[in-house]
Design a protein around this ligand. Sequence first.
Ligand code: HAM
Length: 399
Amino acid sequence: MQPLPGFRDFYPETLAVRRHIFAKWREIARRYGFREYDGPPLEPLELFTLKSGDEIVHQLFNFVDKGERAVSLRPEMTPTLARMAGARHRDYKKPLKWFAIPQLFRYEKQQRGRLREHFQFNADIIGETDVAADAELIALAIDSLRAFGLTKDDFVVRVSDRCAWQRHLTSLGIPDDKQGAVFQAIDKMEREPAEKTREKIAAVTPNVDEVLAFPKEDLGELFAKLGDLAAFCEVDFKIVRGLAYYTGIVWEIHDRKGELRAIAGGGRYDNLLKLVGGVDLPALGFGMGDVVLGELLKDRGLLPKLDWGLDASVVIADESLRSAALKLIHDLRDAGVSVDYSLTPAKVGKQFQNASASGAKFAVVVGPEEWAAGEVTLKNLATGEQTRVKRDEVAKRIS
Ligand code: HAM
């Protein structure tokens, strides 16, 4: 049996990479003062058909449950957040700064950087209209990538503004309800032949060249608020974002070489809370997936060496000492030391081999002579250095 297409088995080595990525995300979110939340992985279908936009709706893992409810696995976190924040916004001081690391499900065509499940670091601010909040989120996203050792040479934040786009399209006589179709075409333009993009725009307006001349505005206020981090950013009106709910500044992070799909994307969505949560609160945020990021880190050699975190491997040199050794092992574990040992009798040489292979930092040898003297032998497996240690001091010495 194979996993379903686009779904991953996480063996310990790959799970270690995932944990490394999550740990950095959590650490940077903490530094920026964001609080972690989560919601249900399964939601009413309607939550996602309301305002996410056609593309995501076609990618839903949805079904009718045994209670005849139309439900869907979550393809993104933002509608859930809008509902949650709307329901309890009075309980929190604004602006809310919240983050989550949900697993998300989209029935996409499987390709490099796109799977049918992924984990996505989401950070959002609710209840703030000032552009300082947009800058805060972009800074958080940049620092999240810097935390892995990535630099300006590895990625770029491409910033745009849907308001500027709306003014541009309105000035060309394109009504509000037709602008979404243009955004869809622009969002796909880098991955589709130019003719296809032109065709899609031509279905809305004859002024295709004028549309493709792009808005001519700068984003000076945002860039000023970004300070030094502005060096990671470029104004780029080719970015409009695929999701339908964005209303203001929008941005995506791409690898500099342009080889991979987007690493992150987000923006302002000031109307979604009213629609989903019933309260009129401005909001903005971004999502950063683990798939493209993992590939980029691998390509750049930035994935750390695996450390399983095993402190010691106990070598039982004589089977008559097994129950005494088990007591020692339990005491060490009680003291917070991570310990492994051979569950069944094995030759001493074999136990040492296993100890080295396990990545343990120390071997603790329980042998008859040492034990009689109330001691064990502690061997540093990296240096080979060996000392006799009192039984009740092993934990302290290892720590
Ligand atoms: P999104 O652009 O659809 O935005 O996804 C954000 C990021 O999630 C992408 O840049 C990519 O790294 C990753 N991602 C998306 N789909 C897949 C996939 N099928 N496989 C692997 N990675 C994927 C959103 O989802 C918005 N809800 C983000 C947001 C939060 N906007 C405001 N707050």
